[in-house]
Design a protein around this ligand. Sequence first.
Ligand code: SF4
Ligand code: ZN
Ligand code: ZN
Length: 306
Amino acid sequence: MKCKTCGQKATVNMRHHKLALCSQHYLEWVPEQTARFIKKYWMFGPDERVLVAVSGGKDSLSLWDILHRLGYQADGLYLGLGIDEGIGYSDESHRLTEKFASERGLKLHVVDIEKEYGSSIPMLAQKSRRGQGRPCSVCGVAKRHEMNRIARDLGYDVLATGHNLDDEVAVLFANTISWSADLLRRQEPVLRESDGLARKVKPLCRFGEKEMTAYALLRGIEYIYEECPFSVGSTSIYYKELLNQLEHERPGAKLAYYVKFLEAKKDGLFTPATAQDFVLTECPQCGQPTSGDGLCSFCKIIKKAG
Ligand code: SF4
Ligand code: ZN
Ligand code: ZN
């Protein structure tokens, strides 16, 4: 297999794009495509300040690397979740993130949930008795809350996360088989800012898991290979496996499923959400927007755990 650009031996073969590239041209192609998606979906402009949520994994570190290479003003945010399970997941992911930032002279903000709120994520889940042994729902609420708080407090224009195509199609599949219209409406590469909520973007949403792994390895990015120990056996991993089987039989099925969903929405598959659909009030504790009329979900967890 030869590189389509230079004819040298190809390193990465993307069957779904009918495109093979050598290492050098692959490392050029990924940022070019990312820049294209940033423009196509109106994610952010060259003068805006971007806060990248980094977990120490291949996707978020690669995203930070790509934005930096493209010349954006992108700083990192690492959230210390206090997950000691596995190989000491949080400590190791924190170490690799710090290393990545210091080697490149990038600015990294670190927020440790336990220091900030007195309990780690697994402790919060246990004390608030949410999640039946798996802290993921508490973790999701806490991450959303803290990312928004930091982006807002530090005056960033946009919050970027490293969700890739495999993440997006797994969520799309879950939302489709349950026909969760509200969630499907909000599943977009960009969620526009609104009162008290930062704009959120997913610049890697059209790159598959394997493409991101190839990018991280070829760029020599040192990332945490282990997944969070609590992700083992999750529904999302099960859906990813199912969708990989489909992709194996029909290369390009995942990308088509996602891109055609976005196009169908543009053509009116769902009526666009209006302001009335999401009447938000201010949480009396933290001031962030919430859909209920009392504390936001995060403050409820903290109160219950306190
Ligand atoms: Fe949090 Fe780990 Fe669950 Fe992901 S898998 S939501 S990091 S606890
Ligand atoms: Zn080449
Ligand atoms: Zn709150």
